[in-house]
Design a protein around this ligand. Structure first.
Ligand SMILES: Nc1nc2c(ncn2[C@@H]2O[C@H](COP(=O)(O)OP(=O)(O)OP(=O)(O)O)[C@@H](O)[C@H]2O)c(=O)[nH]1
Ligand SMILES: [Mg+2]
Length: 262
C-alpha cells in the first residue's frame, strides 16, 4: 500500500506538498472497536463538514471531516472499526497503516465503557505504535445505567495516556475530549503509554532486533512495534514497509502521506 499515492495510484508531488496544509493544523484519527460510537463522535465534532469515499485501492469506507477548536483547524479521519490492528482484514490493514505510516498528530481510541476490558486490547495495540493517544471512554451514560463505575483518573495513570469519559450522542464530555486532543496534538502533553511486556524470549529477541530495525527505518516508525511484528512473521506489514522504504522520501514528507491518504 503506497503512502504517498493518491487514489490515482500516482506519487503526489513532494515539492508542492512538503509543508503542512494551509487548511488544517492537525490530523486526528479515530480508532476503535465496531459500534463504540466513533461515527457519532465524528459527527458531533465535525457537524456536516465531512466527506466519504473509499480508501485508495480498497473497498473500505473512509470518512474525513474538519473541525475548529481554539483557532486551530483539525482534520479528522474516521478509521474502520476493528478489534485488532494485526491486519487480518482490509479494515485492520487500513487502520494500522494509517496510524503507522501517516502518523496522525493524535489518535483517539474510542472504547465502550460497558465492556472496557475487551476494548482495551485495541487501545494497547495502538499505544504500541504511537504514544500520541487519547482514550475516549464512550457510552458512559450506558455504563452508568448498568451501574458500571470507571475510575477515569486511575485508568489514565495505569495506561499512561489521557483518558476522557464521553457520551457522544448527548455531547457529554466533548469539551474535555477536545482539550485532551489539543494537548496531545499540540505537544503540550507527551503521553508515556504503558507498553505490554512479553515473555523473556520475546523480549530478548526484540532487544536484539529493535536497534537494527531503527537503523533501517529511522525514528519515524516505532522500532519496537515493528520488531514485534517481524517476530510475528507479519508478511503484509513487511510488504507495506518495503513500499514505504522504497518511497524513502516519504519519510520526510509525512504531511504528503497524510494528504495522499486522507
Ligand atoms: N447511549 C449512547 N449511545 C451511543 C453513544 N455513542 C453512540 N451511541 C450509539 O451507538 C450506536 C453505534 O454508534 P456508531 O457511531 O455508529 O458506532 P461506530 O463505532 O461508528 O460503529 P462502526 O462504524 O460500525 O464501527 C448508535 O446507535 C449510536 O447512536 C453514547 O455515548 N451513548
Ligand atoms: Mg462508524
Amino acid at each position: 500500500m503506497g503512502l504517498t499515492y493518491q487514489s490515482t495510484g500516482k506519487l503526489t508531488s513532494r515539492v508542492t506538498l512538503h509543508t503542512k496544509s494551509a487548511t488544517y493544523d492537525y490530523v486526528i484519527a479515530l480508532a476503535g472497536n465496531p459500534n463504540t460510537g466513533k461515527s457519532t463522535l465524528f459527527n458531533a465534532l465535525t457537524g456536516l463538514r465531512q466527506h466519504t469515499g473509499n480508501w485508495p485501492g480498497k473497498t473500505v469506507q473512509r470518512a474525513e471531516g474538519t473541525f475548529q477548536h481554539n483557532s486551530r483547524q483539525y482534520k479528522i479521519i474516521d478509521l474502520p472499526g476493528t478489534y485488532s490492528l494485526l491486519a487480518n482484514s482490509a479494515d485492520e490493514e487500513v487502520a494500522r497503516d494509517f496510524i503507522c505510516f501517516a502518523r496522525p498528530d493524535a489518535t483517539i481510541v474510542v472504547v465502550d465503557a460497558t465492556c472496557l476490558e475487551r476494548n482495551l486490547n485495541l487501545a494497547l495495540q495502538v499505544m504500541e505504535i504511537t504514544s500520541k493517544v487519547v482514550v475516549c471512554v464512550n457510552l458512559i451514560d450506558e455504563a452508568r445505567r448498568k451501574k458500571i463505575r470507571i475510575d477515569i483518573n486511575k485508568l489514565s495513570n495505569r495506561m499512561g495516556v489521557p483518558v476522557v469519559a464521553t457520551a457522544a450522542r448527548s455531547g457529554e464530555g466533548l469539551p474535555r475530549l477536545l482539550e485532551a486532543i489539543e494537548d496531545v496534538a499540540g505537544g503540550c502533553i507527551l503521553p508515556k503509554p504503558k507498553l505490554v511486556r512479553y515473555g523473556q524470549m520475546v523480549e530478548e529477541a526484540v532487544a536484539w532486533l529493535e536497534p537494527r530495525v531503527r537503523d533501517a527505518v529511522g525514528e519515524d516508525i516505532n522500532a519496537r512495534w515493528l520488531a514485534l511484528r517481524l517476530l510475528d512473521g507479519d508478511i503484509n506489514l513487511v510488504k507495506a514497509m518495503e513500499k514505504y522504504l522504497n518511497d524513502r522520501e516519504a519519510v520526510t514528507v509525512i504531511p504528503v502521506a497524510r494528504e495522499g491518504w486522507a
